[in-house]
Design a protein around this ligand. Structure first.
Ligand code: PLP
Length: 427
């Protein structure tokens, strides 16, 4: 990990060219790599030498970008994945198999909720959802003997609930399991969960990190802090020989700093292959270079819009943790003193129907299944991303049916407010 400030890491970390080498990260658009002897290649397969042999497992362009994000989060190792969903799945499945159990915050991204509650359940992995505002006793009561991890989102998409990371880390560690945090919304510019006790950090890089709506992707970062061998009975996949990979015991061979990501690469990428393309990794890096500049503007625009909405008599409620009147303001200030994110949610008076009318009348702000883009966009989750949930589940997930999610882009906030104002007049 470098000692530079986050702004410098956004621009410079990960790739350090040598004399006469390209200044920008080269795109290694190659599926495979050439060797002089089979012995050379054998050493790579044995993980005795470092190098590349097939881009399903590793590719230099992707690794440069992963190394940058690891540095930005203050971790020791990272891997890119083809999507945020793949990152969420791998982050848990790397340490939790059939017969295992996880504890998760109930206010998480709809896709992750479905992954845990439906798809991973079919794979024999159980989940207990807890309200992020639960007491320590309630949280501790969710653990079982077979619990392998705790999962939460720094700022939940779309509920925008702020997670008390220290509370969740304390409970996870008291039960000998790691805390996995999806840090997509604040990005490491505004919050670095590892500094608050998180062990693994994931992102949908599709959002602010890319920031231009150009490439779907994900990343998993390991803090290198969790002591797998101290809980060897819980994590046999890391602490006993992997017969599918030359009998390597990851926690012994690669230590705390590398075991988790090595295993995820050697096993999960090998077998499941959710690999990003080098070209997408290159685009992601362009986004990372300006991330610190953009996050500041996203937050300024969102605050302007939230203040306007809070003062409007057409709006029932506004949820933006950066608003001083927001019940989560103190928690947000603790974990994200420089700003939260550019996403605001609110309820238009008149419920589901009024929300639909409002959205139809917007001209500048587009209706999209997306957030965290340079261009402002909005979504009615109850009608789209969360439509598989019933009213009860919607409320438990913090997404009531009147909720409109608005992602403030990088435009001039006066233009955004004028667009919203006009659309509200039609309601
Ligand atoms: C979008 C999103 C995901 C899923 O990421 P994809 O890149 O769309 O697969 C996961 N978590 C959060 C918080 C998200 O916003």
């Amino acid at each position: 990990m470098s000692d530079y400030q986050i702004e410098t890491k956004c621009v410079q970390s990960g790739y350090r060219p040598g004399n006469g080498e390209p200044r920008q990260i080269p795109i290694y658009q190659s599926t495979t790599f050439k060797y002089d002897t089979s012995e050379d290649m054998g050493r790579l397969f044995d993980l005795e030498a470092s190098g590349y042999f097939y881009s399903r497992l590793q590719n230099p362009t992707c690794d440069y970008v992963a190394a940058k994000i690891a540095d930005m989060e203050g971790g020791t190792a990272a891997m890119l994945t083809s999507s945020g969903q793949a990152a969420s799945f791998f982050s848990v499945f790397n340490i939790c198999e059939a017969g295992g159990h996880i504890v998760s915050s109930s206010t998480i991204y709809g896709g992750t909720y479905n992954l845990f509650a439906v798809t991973m359940k079919k794979m024999g992995i159980d989940v207990t959802f807890v309200d992020p505002g639960c007491t320590e006793d309630e949280l501790n009561a969710a653990f079982r003997d077979n619990t392998k991890a705790v999962f939460g989102e720094t700022i939940a998409n779309p509920a925008l609930r702020v997670l008390d990371i220290e509370k969740f880390a304390k409970a996870a560690h008291a039960h000998g399991v790691p805390l996995i945090i999806d840090n997509t919304f604040p990005t490491p510019v505004n919050c670095r969960p590892i500094e608050w006790g998180a062990d693994i950090v994931t992102h949908s890089t599709t959002k602010y990190m890319d920031g231009h709506g150009a490439a779907v992707g994900g990343v998993i970062v390991d803090s290198g802090k969790f002591d797998w061998l101290a809980h060897a009975d819980k994590f046999p996949g890391l602490c006993t020989p992997d017969e599918s990979y030359h009998g390597i015991t990851y926690a012994k061979k690669f230590g705390r700093e590398g075991a988790y990501i090595y295993k995820a690469t050697a096993q999960l990428m090998r077998d499941l292959g959710c690999t990003p393309s080098p070209n997408s990794a290159f685009l992601l890096n362009l986004g990372l270079e300006s991330l610190h500049v953009r996050m500041k503007r996203h937050c300024e625009n969102a605050l302007d819009v939230a203040l306007y909405l809070a003062a409007s008599d057409k709006i029932g409620w506004v949820n933006y943790a950066g608003l001083p009147t927001d019940p989560q303001y103190a928690l947000a200030k603790k974990y994200m003193p420089n700003g939260t994110c550019g996403v605001v949610s609110f309820g238009v008076k008149g419920g589901r129907k009024a929300a639909e009318t409002f959205m139809k009348r917007l001209k500048l702000i587009a209706i999209e299944t997306h957030v965290a883009d340079a261009r402002s966009c909005c979504l009615h989750p109850a009608n789209s991303t969360h439509r598989q949930m019933n009213e009860e589940e919607l409320i438990a997930a913090g997404v009531p049916s009147d909720l409109v999610r608005l992602s403030c882009g990088l435009e001039n906030s006066a233009d955004l407010i004028a667009d919203i104002d006009k659309a509200l007049k039609a309601v």
